[in-house]
Design a binder for this molecule. Structure first.
Ligand code: HEM
Length: 361
């Protein structure tokens, strides 16, 4: 099967809750069940270190100590603090520089769109959001990639472990510099309310949660526009999110024995909420396997739901819209993504593209 065929292959239809040996987890896939799991933080905890049965190989990863992995009341306190500075206004203020960076990256045409466009655009946006100075951007790219990749099996590799700790130490030094000489952005605004390690954990979390996800949304949008060139612009980003969600699923850990749709899940179990499958639930979406940018409403779960709903959703969707506009200006007319220009990593959880060429047809 080609890379594109794999990406566009429809996921298994949603069904009853089932234990999956491969993930050692209970998989929840119906839209209503995913909403139930993500909406009930008391029974389904996000705190893997407290409720996970096995020690996570990536337990040093700061994300496991920060916002997405916290339960209330600490979650609420930290979320309130971040929401106070990561406002719609702060996001709108970034838009002109996102558009400017996109145009600069596309001088000379589109060419390679992952490493050459989507990833550097996302990194520059995160650096701007956080308040990292342009001189540190090259290092910031390296830290972002090392930190984002430190999860799952990668975290067991000693070389990656050493690099991860080294880059994290450099990021900590950089955060100290930003706090000492503030020039706007989230870091100085958060520094007053958090101690240094909490701040490092949070900054790392924003990098991990914001970089690969948004990069993937942009290249998924390119693939969708190649395949469905007539898709209208309004509603396009939301339908790309539904059809090819950048985050296919998320995990929870049961704090008690709990029933989901007639199935009893024991206490201390890992639960995977399949966003990918819930987004194709025929009880919620008419013709779920059709790509239809005119869907309204489009209640996809690609940004999660409940107390952990994505904090960066507005930034991510806005950035993707700007990226598509800039790509359309750079490559007018119908698009072609040659299969032979695709470099991808294929794993049981999905397909990651590292290189992809975009040309006019
Ligand atoms: C297309 C891009 C993105 C997608 C698909 C995405 C997806 C998600 C999902 C599914 C969750 C919920 C996880 C859960 O409940 O376990 C989440 C949470 C989160 N996202 Fe995003 N995200 C994206 C971009 C961003 C960006 C750009 C940022 C920040 C710069 C960000 C920051 C966060 C944070 C901090 C959380 C945790 C919120 C909490 O626990 O209260 N995300 N995201």
């Amino acid at each position: 099967m080609s890379v594109k065929e794999r990406i566009f292959a429809p996921p298994p239809a949603p069904g009853p809750v089932q234990f999956d040996e491969r993930f050692e987890a209970w998989v929840v896939s119906r839209h209503a069940d995913v909403r139930r799991v993500l909406g009930d933080h008391a029974a389904f905890s996000s705190d893997e270190l407290a409720h996970g049965a096995h020690p996570a190989p990536h337990r040093d990863n700061p994300v496991l100590r920060s916002l997405p992995s916290l339960d209330p009341p600490r979650h609420h306190e930290l979320r309130r603090l971040v929401a106070r500075v990561f406002t719609p206004r702060a996001v709108s203020a970034l838009e002109p520089s996102i558009a400017e960076t996109a145009r600069t990256l596309l001088v000379g045409g589109a060419g390679e769109v992952v490493e050459g466009f989507a990833s550097p655009l996302t990194v520059a946006t995160l650096a701007g959001l956080l308040g990292i100075s342009p001189e540190r951007r090259a290092d910031f790219v390296r830290w972002t990639i090392t930190i984002s990749e430190f999860a799952g099996a990668n975290a067991e590799d000693p070389v990656r472990q050493a690099r991860f700790h080294q880059d994290l130490a450099e990021l900590r030094t950089c955060i100290r510099e930003v706090v000492a000489k503030p020039a706007g952005g989230l870091i100085p605004a958060l520094a007053a309310a958090l101690d240094e390690s909490e701040l490092l954990d949070l900054v790392t979390t924003l990098i991990v949660m914001g970089h690969e996800t948004t990069t993937r949304l942009i290249y998924h949008a390119v693939l969708c526009l190649e395949r469905f060139p007539a898709a209208p612009t309004p509603g396009l980003v939301e339908e790309v999110l539904r059809y090819l969600p950048p985050v296919g699923g998320t995990e929870r850990f049961t704090t008690t024995r709990v029933d989901v749709d007639g199935v009893t899940i024991p206490r201390g179990a890992r639960v995977v909420a399949s966003i990918r499958r819930a987004n194709r639930d025929p009880l919620v979406f008419a013709a779920p396997d059709a790509f239809d940018a005119t869907r309204d409403p489009n209640p996809h779960l690609s940004f999660g739901t409940g107390i952990h709903v994505c904090l960066g959703l507005r930034l991510a969707a806005g950035q993707a819209a700007v990226a598509i506009r800039a790509l359309r200006e750079a490559v007018p007319g119908r698009w072609r993504v040659p299969e032979d220009g695709l470099e991808a990593t294929i794993s049981p959880v999905g397909v990651d593209i590292q290189r992809m060429r975009l040309t006019a047809q």
